[in-house]
Design a binder for this molecule. Structure first.
Ligand code: KG4
Ligand code: ZN
Length: 356
C-alpha cells in the first residue's frame, strides 16, 4: 500500500452500481484538497432504464442481475480505452442505494482488489454528486471556495448540506418524505408517462411554456415554503396532482401539458425558495448543486439566476451529461475521501441508507 503524500498522482478505477446504471471510470487524480485536478482516462456506462421501464421503476433483483452481467464487460472496455494503466486505488460506491445492486459493485471491487493487489475504498454516492461539480468531460481542476452550500436533488435524495470544507459537512435540511426525483417519477406515472419520469415531465412542461399553455385554475401547493426550517416535502404535491386528475373525466394531452408545467414550477419554486433561505442564513461563498434532477433545464436556469440576487455567490453545477449517475464522480469522491481520511481496514459493506 502507498502512503499519503508519496504519490504525485493516482490512477483510480471507480465502480458505481447503486441503482440502475452500471458505470466504471478510470481517472487520474492529483493535487491536494486545496487544488484538486482530474483527468478522465476512460469511462463507460450501461443504463438499465429500458429494462426497468417495463415495470415502471427500478426492480432491485433485475438491477443486480444486469450489474453482474455488465461489470466485467465494462471493465474490459475501460481498461482497454485507458491503455491498461497500473491502477493505484479502487473506489466503489458503498451507499446510499439499493443494497443488492451495491453488493454487486463491492464484490466485483473486492475480487479485483485481490487480483491486482490494489487497495479499495468505499465511497458515498451523494458525495459523488457533490464532487460532480468539479468535473468537466475530460479534464478538470475547478476549486470550491468554502463555506459551501450543497443542494442535492436526485431520485432518492433532496438535501441541503453545509460544507465547512471537504471533510466537515452538516445536513441542514432534507425531504421528510419523497425525494424530488421520486416525485417527478410518480407524477409522470399518474400521467401515463414512461420511467424515468423527470425527463418526460420536463419535455411536456417545456412544450407547455413554449406554447403558452397554462391552466389558471390549476394551482399546486408549494410545500413547506413557509416553514422556518430547510426541510422539504413532496408527497403532498404528488397527492394534489392525483386529486386534481381525479376531477377530470379523462386525461387529455392538454391536461398532461398543464399538469407537467405547473408541477415543474411548483417543485422549482419550492427548491429555489428553500435554497435562498439557506443562503441568507449561512452566507456560503459557493453553491454546489448535484443529482439527477439538475438535468432539468428549467430548474437549472432558475438556480443560475440566483447569481442576480447573490452576485458574490459562486454557483457550481455539473455539466449536462454528468448530472446523473456515473463512475467518474465516484472516483472524485473517493480521491477526496482518501486525502481526508486515508484508507480504512474495515471490510466494505453495502449500506442502503448511508448518510452523508
Ligand atoms: O442522481 P440520479 O441519476 O439517481 C439517483 O441517485 O437517484 O437521479 C435520477 C432522478 C430520477 O428521479 C429522474 O426522474 C430525475 O433524476 N431526472 C430528472 C430529469 N432527468 C432526470 N428530473 C427532472 N427533470 C429532468 N430533466
Ligand atoms: Zn445519483
Amino acid at each position: 500500500m502507498f502512503k499519503t503524500g508519496k504519490l504525485k498522482f493516482m490512477i483510480i478505477l471507480a465502480i458505481e452500481t447503486s441503482c440502475d446504471e452500471t458505470a466504471l471510470s478510470i481517472v487520474k487524480a492529483e493535487g491536494d484538497l486545496e487544488s484538486l485536478s482530474f483527468k478522465v482516462l476512460a469511462s463507460a456506462l450501461r443504463s438499465q432504464i429500458e429494462m426497468h421501464r417495463e415495470y415502471g421503476g427500478v426492480v432491485p433483483m433485475l438491477a443486480k442481475r444486469e450489474h453482474l452481467k455488465n461489470l466485467p464487460i465494462l471493465y474490459d472496455l475501460v481498461t482497454k480505452e485507458a491503455g491498461d494503466p497500473k491502477i493505484d486505488l479502487i473506489v466503489v460506491t458503498q451507499g446510499p442505494g439499493l443494497e443488492p445492486a451495491l453488493w454487486t459493485g463491492i464484490k466485483f471491487a473486492e475480487n479485483l482488489s485481490q487480483k491486482l493487489g490494489v487497495p479499495i475504498l468505499g465511497a458515498n454516492h451523494m458525495e459523488g454528486h457533490i464532487a460532480s461539480v468539479l468535473l468537466n468531460k475530460e479534464e478538470s481542476s475547478k476549486e470550491v471556495t468554502f463555506p459551501a452550500l450543497a443542494l442535492l436533488i436526485s431520485g432518492g435524495h433532496t438535501e441541503l448540506i453545509l460544507m465547512k470544507n471537504w471533510a466537515e459537512k452538516e445536513k441542514i435540511g432534507e425531504t421528510k418524505d419523497d425525494a424530488v426525483g421520486e416525485a417527478y417519477d410518480k407524477v409522470a406515472r399518474m400521467l401515463g408517462l414512461d420511467y424515468p419520469g423527470g425527463p418526460e415531465i420536463a419535455r411536456l412542461a417545456k412544450q407547455a411554456r413554449d406554447g403558452d399553455i397554462k391552466n389558471e385554475r390549476l394551482r399546486l401547493p408549494r410545500p413547506m415554503i413557509h416553514s422556518k426550517d430547510f426541510n422539504f416535502s413532496f408527497s403532498g404535491l404528488k397527492t394534489a396532482v392525483l386529486y386534481y386528475l381525479r376531477t377530470l373525466k379523462g386525461i387529455e394531452e392538454r391536461d398532461k401539458l398543464e399538469v407537467a408545467r405547473e408541477f415543474e414550477e411548483a417543485v422549482s419554486e419550492t427548491i429555489i425558495h428553500k435554497t435562498i433561505s439557506a443562503i441568507k442564513e449561512y452566507g456560503p461563498k459557493t453553491l454546489v448543486v448535484g443529482g439527477g434532477v439538475v438535468s432539468n433545464d428549467y430548474l437549472r436556469t432558475k438556480i443560475l439566476d440566483l447569481k442576480e440576487s447573490f452576485s458574490e455567490l459562486e454557483i457550481l453545477i455539473p455539466e449536462p451529461g454528468l448530472t446523473t449517475d456515473n463512475a467518474t464522480m465516484i472516483a472524485l469522491a473517493g480521491y477526496i475521501q482518501y486525502l481526508n481520511q486515508g484508507l480504512s481496514d474495515q471490510k466494505l459493506e453495502a449500506i442502503g441508507n448511508l448518510p452523508i
